[in-house]
Design a protein around this ligand. Structure first.
Ligand SMILES: [Mg+2]
Length: 270
């Protein structure tokens, strides 16, 4: 890993807020979304960092906040869920939901019809959004995406597709992770902090764009959006190593940005 642009190293002065995508960033991919494994120690690490950053640590995911709570139980971390439809700025607090309509029966029928043509593609129903997973398909994903885009277009612009890693998300057009993060930063403890976002996929680019507008720092994980961050990590395993080192450094009394800079500098020396 290396800073893509050393001039953009985090500035000391503002306290830090962490925005963490989950799948592919904190957790390795699995054949099905419900088969992911939360590595030992991750729950404890997130809890510790959340406390050290005075609550300014949020999960930012396409999953629902309910599902995130289940994965990281017993934590109820601040979160952006369902690509920005759900927002919970405070630990264990109420979840704000954008007033979006669930997918219409016509849209559901069109999606079902498209997906049935592909043996190993499957639909994940998430309430206000859907995901069509094609991680087990050898080819045909481009055609499937085209068909799903057409199904969304028939809804008059209210629905859109978002193509991620081996998944096509279908969601209301007005919601994205960037807007979700903006909603978090309207509240304490996030307001006024220097945002540091970790993400691995095209579905994180709206979050990266928001963080860039605020002068924050983006860290890409893996190869898919490697050019989009200021810092690049190879894998969720490296994300965890960096977060663990950051937690230890803050616990030892270092200010968060100095700690992150120090971790980067020690990595450069490798
Ligand atoms: Mg991801």
């Amino acid at each position: 890993m290396a800073w893509m642009s050393p001039a953009r190293a985090p500035e000391i002065g503002k306290p830090m807020a962490l925005l963490l995508d989950v799948d592919g960033t904190l957790l390795e991919f699995a054949p099905r979304p419900d088969a992911v494994v939360v590595p030992p120690g991750l729950v404890r690490l997130l809890a510790a960092l959340h406390d050290r950053l005075e609550g300014a640590l949020a999960l930012v995911s396409g999953r629902s906040i309910d599902t995130l709570d289940g994965l990281f139980d017993p934590l109820r971390l601040p979160a952006v869920g369902l690509h920005g439809i759900e927002r919970r700025p405070a630990y264990g607090g109420a979840v704000d939901r954008l007033p979006v309509e669930p997918p219409s029966p016509r849209l559901l029928a069109a999606i079902g019809q498209a997906v049935r043509r592909y043996d190993s593609a499957f639909i994940e129903h998430k309430g206000s959004t859907l995901a069509v997973h094609h991680r087990l398909m050898k080819d045909g994903a481009d055609l499937l995406h085209r068909e799903l885009k057409q199904a969304c277009a028939a809804e008059g612009g209210e629905w859109t597709t978002l193509r991620g890693r081996q998944v096509i998300e279908l969601k209301p057009a007005l919601a994205d992770k960037g807007h979700g993060c903006e909603a978090l930063f309207a509240h304490a403890p996030f307001a006024g902090r220097h945002a540091v976002a970790f993400g691995d996929d095209t579905t994180d680019l709206d979050m990266f764009a928001a963080v860039s507008r605020w002068g924050g720092t983006n860290i890409s994980v893996g190869a898919r959006i490697a050019g989009a961050g200021h810092l690049r990590l190879a894998s969720p395993r490296q994300t965890l190593a960096v977060l663990l080192e950051l937690d230890r450094a803050i616990a030892a009394g270092a200010p968060p940005h100095s700690a992150l800079r120090q971790i980067v500098e020690s990595t450069r020396a490798v």
